[in-house]
Write a new protein. Structure first.
Length: 500
């Protein structure tokens, strides 16, 4: 699913109105109807509402919602915050329609006035400011938003929480209305997908209001979300007469004294991801650990307590390197020699990323199409600090194109950034996956998919999606609190079954 800027969304609205031969007020009515239907499906009939409306089109949505809720028998009243002298045409039209139905259904709130007597059981609907916000809120509106934030009431935003920009991460001290649910229209805003902003939007529900599919399809954007249809198009079911050689051979390099768990998780994940043959290259201290914990995996050793030489990689279809590997001087030399010699895409994680950060000249030597899987701090060590996660993603796009690599920037909505600079936000996964070893599992999954012939971009996308989906299935049964990395591996099979 594409992610549009606020300007692209406005253009899409305009194109839809023109192509459909409808008036803008009809599109607003369609959006309001979808919101009221959602409310009817999720809240009791006896719920009472206060709808806070601005003077623009978001306020028009709120006034239309007030009228439709009243028509459906809900107790509701709108408050129009008169922060602008003039109302937008559609806001004015909906104000007139609402007052024609009953003047007591709406009150005008004048500047420097606050609403102080909203009982806590009343649901507050936020339709004050929309996606047209061009600068942080200030003055009376900022104070009004801060006042509403202090109330204990449940809050629902229409399209976007007031004060939240759609295309950037807001300043940390900006006045933004914090809600439990956001009813947004058709497409995600980028700000919904980054932690600094997402906390204001709560649960985001996309409502299809029939925006023109031709415009959406034809309009380019570098930002998208991964959905089930994307994954179904990537996924390749197994051939009936295939054999283990059909699905490639994996070499996973990692482990050091005291850190054998990481590479053990990676090799198990590569197997569960469908790789035909998996070999672990570990130091001698890990031999019995691997042979005992994962009998399906072949094991080679190099060095006693840390990796000293990287062998046999040329015979392998795919190589993943880094989990638990440590940064010993001999390991660093072996890794640098491997990067100098390797010409096929490789999956690089954990300590291998830290070794590149210490030897930045290796970045230019990475094989074309390689997949780096840093978490935000590892990314900062590689490429420098950024002021927020959205800027970090845009920085990752620059680096991916510069070095011709794929970057999997891990987070709640992990961003897969391709060699062409495309950014795909993953929508599976949960907070229970913030647990030791989950990243090592992801490395194994992506490497296992790469071995099966998926191109690097698709291996990263499918791997991240499956990793999150398995985590969701595990959390549903076990809880987020009890989830551990091994559970993600154990639910991979069910995640595969859900594709398509």
């Amino acid at each position: 699913m594409k992610i549009f800027t606020s300007a692209q969304i406005r253009a899409c609205d305009a194109y839809t109105i023109h192509a459909s031969g409808i008036r803008s007020a009809e599109l607003m009515e369609r959006a309001a109807t979808k919101c009221v239907t959602w409310i009817g499906d999720h809240l009791p009939k006896d719920t009472l509402f206060v709808v806070l409306c601005g003077t623009g089109n978001n306020g028009g949505d709120g006034l239309a919602i007030t009228r439709l809720l009243h028509q459906r028998g809900y107790g509701v009243k709108a408050f129009l915050l008169r922060f602008s002298k003039d109302l937008s045409p559609d806001c004015q039209a909906n104000m007139q329609r609402l007052t024609n139905m009953g003047r007591d259904l709406v009150s005008v709130v004048t500047p420097d006035t606050f609403i102080t007597d909203i009982p806590p059981h009343i649901v507050i609907v936020d339709a004050i400011l929309g996606t047209g916000l061009s600068r942080p809120t200030e003055g009376w509106i900022a104070a009004f938003i801060s006042h509403i934030n202090q109330l204990p009431n449940k809050k629902i935003a229409i399209d976007i929480p007031s004060g939240l920009p759609a295309d950037i991460v807001a300043d940390h001290d900006a006045a933004i209305l914090k809600v439990q649910d956001t009813l947004s229209f058709q497409l995600y805003k980028r700000s919904f997908l980054h932690p600094e902003s997402a906390e204001y939007a709560g649960r985001v529900h996309l409502l299809d209001i029939g925006l023109d599919k031709t415009f959406i399809s034809a309009t380019p954007t570098q930002y998208k979300t991964i959905d089930a249809d994307d994954i179904a198009a990537i996924y390749r079911p197994r051939a009936p007469f295939a054999h283990k050689g059909t699905y490639g051979s994996v070499l996973l390099v990692g482990g050091s004294y005291g850190k054998m768990g990481a590479v053990t998780l990676s090799v198990k994940a590569a197997l569960r991801a469908g790789a035909g043959l998996v070999t672990a290259l570990v130091p001698g201290v890990g031999y019995y650990v691997l042979q005992t914990a994962v009998p399906e995996v072949m094991c080679r050793t190099s060095g006693e307590r840390a990796i000293e030489n990287i062998e046999e990689w040329e015979q392998m279809t795919a190589v993943g390197i880094g989990p638990g590997m440590g940064t010993d001087a001999k390991t660093a030399a072996a890794f640098a020699a491997f990067i100098d010699a390797c010409k096929k895409p490789v999956v690089i994680d954990a300590d291998a990323l830290n070794l590149i950060a210490k030897q930045p000249e290796l970045l230019a030597k990475l094989p074309k199409g390689s997949i780096l899987t840093p978490h935000p701090k590892e990314f900062s060590r590689l490429f420098g600090e950024n002021t927020n996660t959205m800027i970090q993603v845009d920085h990752a796009r620059i680096q991916a194109m510069r070095y011709n690599i794929n970057i999997v920037l891990k987070g709640h909505h992990t961003a897969i950034i391709t060699t062409e600079g495309e950014c795909w936000y993953n929508m599976t996964g949960n907070a229970g996956m913030a647990t030791g070893g989950a990243g090592d599992v992801l490395t194994g999954i992506i490497t296992g998919l790469l071995a099966q012939g998926y191109n690097p971009e698709h291996a990263a996308m499918l791997g991240v999606y499956l990793h999150g989906a398995a985590g969701d299935l595990a959390a549903k049964e076990l809880s987020e609190e009890a989830l551990i990395a091994d559970d993600i591996i154990n639910y991979l099979g069910k995640a595969f079954l859900d594709i398509g």
